[in-house]
Design a protein around this ligand. Structure first.
Ligand SMILES: Cc1cc2nc3c(=O)[nH]c(=O)nc-3n(C[C@H](O)[C@H](O)[C@H](O)COP(=O)(O)O)c2cc1C
Ligand code: FES
Length: 639
């Protein structure tokens, strides 16, 4: 492919690509993101290839492998264009029927998404409630783009923003536009991107660096991975525009090694961008030159912190340093270094193309645009969702997420990853933006959203996040290293029924010290999950400590399993499934649990047929005595 040397050559190429594509030609798109690959989308893809070949339809029907669509739980996803017919959980053996249906312009009803509430089968992807209530300006193009083919990105207007920035705007005008757009960083802190760019730009030392943060260490979060895998050119285009505005000629993409597909697609994208002249010397024939290197991280949560990440890029240990001086002023090799998150960079081309005013029309007063969230946990529809800032938690969890799974009650939602907090039901109508979540003691963070139901123990949840941070703390500063270790010990004790009267005061003391004295934001924010659960679910801590009882009946040391003789139908299911042979009884004989042998795995509880409901969880109550051995069961109707 010859280099593109001017904006007019770029538009000419775009017209050529458009000319090659018939909008009415059927196209089978198959999601090939990591989650769908885990559900064997590769075999589905091969089955489509074979089927198209066998039926001699290779020239008539296109096949495209795209990035993540967001609705990973229903993957592998297949969408047929131009009608946008969406098939979920597609298997290789479905390829024959789907190809036939495309040829005959029919629909395979049994593969359509079925609404769990109404039972209706929904044909078109945009009409599925999970998508209907989203505004996918950044993440949306993933579903149309083969990330390994730059032409797909160019077809959708890719690199037009770069061309506009280089030839119609000065670096100062680009910076002004980002400032006017009030774009705030999507990686955690919500710091205004324009202000950070300006700080790096104004610093006189050279060279200046720009960096993409694709470390993404939050448990359950995969927004950045999916964007990098599915639309790497959008991130690169944003980065090049930022470099132009700031006056940088060298950039890095820091991506964790555990994201092999993101690395692979990024490497391909970099190569293609260089070949086409979007990267390298005299980009698009302009005076501006810029190069990018990939740095593969070893996947440590703390290495996502700006100063730690820059240390890692320099080849040193990925540990944070004191930031008396911002990394924007003194970062890599003590040079000005502007670090932004994947989603922040990917938003930049949209702002340059459509203008700051358009961007400001989306969102709330102080948080503009959209945000991608990783909606996981006990909701019916899990996946990646992009919504305008200001949408309420209730709308996200119920309208998009389809409500709580298995008809259970909502209990709390964890936002912001391990440094975030857990928000209870009374705040479900809170509009989600940077400031509103902070007011509740949580943060938006990079967009993790874990929904919890009535069976979740909040003390155990806090313990989970503290344990995560304890393992991920670099150990360089004492308040974080020792504070987390102490918090973990106290929470372990509480969950095991060994909590003491003054534990809560002690937790609060440690949390305060960590907040005031830790070296980096891992330590200063790590206690948030404990503090918010204490604030909103304090009675659960009290019950664990004083009554040695777990109200959610979750903490192993505080529960017992018992078989209710009134309900047991001697069906033998629990008895056969118990891994320690703790269940006694027999055919037609009442079952009971030998408590000394029970390891509280809960399998008996899970396998007992719901129509009997004979296995009961107890917490804080004495276990009733077992029936006399050999007692015959009294069969109920249908038992
Ligand atoms: C412990 C820790 C981990 C972090 N991990 C990430 C990360 O994985 N990705 C990210 O973009 N920012 C992460 N951050 C925030 C970065 O330090 C930095 O603020 C961010 O990358 C700046 O980009 P933004 O302004 O576009 O959000 C982390 C911060 C801390 C304290
Ligand atoms: S990976 Fe296929 S929908 Fe997310």
């Amino acid at each position: 492919m010859p280099r593109i040397n001017s904006p007019s050559e770029l538009e000419k190429l775009r017209e050529e690509i458009k000319g090659k594509r018939d909008p009415n030609k059927p196209c089978i798109t198959l999601c090939s993101g990591t989650a769908c690959q885990a559900s064997d989308s590769e075999s589905v893809s091969q089955a489509f290839e074979r089927e198209l070949k066998r039926q001699g339809l290779e020239g008539e029907i296109d096949l495209r492998r795209t990035g993540c669509h967001g609705f990973c739980e229903r993957g592998p996803l297949v969408v047929i264009y131009p009608e946008e017919i969406c098939y979920t959980k597609v298997k290789p053996e479905d390829a024959l029927e789907i190809v036939q249906s495309v040829r005959e312009k029919k629909v395979v009803d049994c593969l359509l998404y079925t609404d769990p509430v109404t039972g209706a089968r929904i044909k078109r992807e945009p009409e599925i409630p999970f998508y209907e209530n989203q505004q996918r300006i950044v993440f949306g193009p993933n579903r149309w783009i083969d990330p390994k083919n730059i032409e797909d990105y160019l077809f959708l207007g890719g690199y037009r923003a770069l061309s506009k920035a280089l030839f119609e705007m000065s670096p100062e005008q680009v910076l002004e536009e980002i400032k006017k757009a009030n774009l705030r960083g999507r990686g955690g802190g919500g710091f205004p991107a324009g202000r950070k760019w300006e700080e790096t730009k104004k610093t006189s030392r050279e060279p200046k660096y720009v960096i993409v943060n694709c470390d993404e260490g939050d448990p359950g979060a995969y927004m950045d991975r999916s964007l990098m895998e599915g639309n790497p050119h959008s991130v690169l285009e944003g980065l090049i525009i930022g470099a132009y505005a700031i006056g940088s000629h060298e950039g890095f993409v820091y991506v964790r090694q555990e994201y092999p597909l993101a690395v692979e697609n990024l490497e391909i994208a970099l190569k293609q961008a260089e070949e086409y002249g979007f990267l390298g010397e005299n980009i698009l024939g302009s005076e501006f030159s810029f190069r990018v290197k990939i740095h593969r991280g070893a996947g440590a949560f703390v290495s996502g912190e700006s100063s730690a990440l820059m240390n890692a890029i320099e080849g040193r240990l990925g540990e944070p340093r004191m930031k008396y001086i911002h990394t924007a002023v003194s970062g890599i090799k003590d040079r000005p270094s502007c670090l932004n998150n994947v989603e922040t960079w990917a938003t930049v081309p949209l702002i340059i193309n459509k203008g700051a005013e358009w961007f400001n029309s989306i969102g709330t007063d102080k948080s503009k645009g959209t945000k991608i969230f990783s909606l996981v946990g006990k909701v019916n529809n899990t996946g990646l969702v992009e919504v305008p800032m200001g949408m309420t938690l209730r709308q996200i969890i119920y309208d998009i997420g389809g409500g709580i799974a298995k008809g259970k009650k909502f209990k709390g939602v964890q936002t912001g990853g391990p440094s975030g907090g857990i928000i209870p039901e009374q705040y479900l109508d809170t509009p989600v933006d940077f400031d509103e979540l902070t007011k509740l003691g949580s943060i938006m963070g990079s967009g993790g959203m874990v929904v919890m139901d009535e069976n979740t123990c909040m003390v155990d949840t806090a313990r989970y996040f503290i344990n995560f941070c304890c393992e991920e703390s670099c150990g360089k500063c004492i308040p974080c290293r020792e504070g987390l270790r102490l918090l973990r010990e106290i929470l372990n004790d509480i969950c095991e029924g060994k909590g003491k009267e003054n534990d809560i005061e002690l937790i609060e003391d440690i949390a305060e010290t960590m907040r005031d004295a830790s070296l980096c934001a891992l330590g200063t924010t790590a206690a948030n999950p404990v503090l918010t659960t204490l604030k909103y679910f304090g009675d659960e801590y009290e019950t664990h400590i004083k009554e040695k009882r777990c109200p959610a009946k979750f903490c192993k040391n505080l529960i017992d399993y018992w078989i209710d003789s009134e309900k047991c139908q001697a069906c033998m299911i629990c008895l056969r499934n118990c891994p320690t042979e703790a269940i006694q009884g027999g055919k037609n004989l009442l079952h009971w649990i030998v408590q000394e042998k029970c390891i509280k795995c809960g399998i008996c509880y899970e396998v007992c047929p719901p129509r009997f409901g004979a296995v009961v969880k107890l917490s804080g109550e004495p276990v009733p005595p077992p029936p006399a051995p050999g007692t015959e069961v009294v069969r109920k109707e249908g038992g």
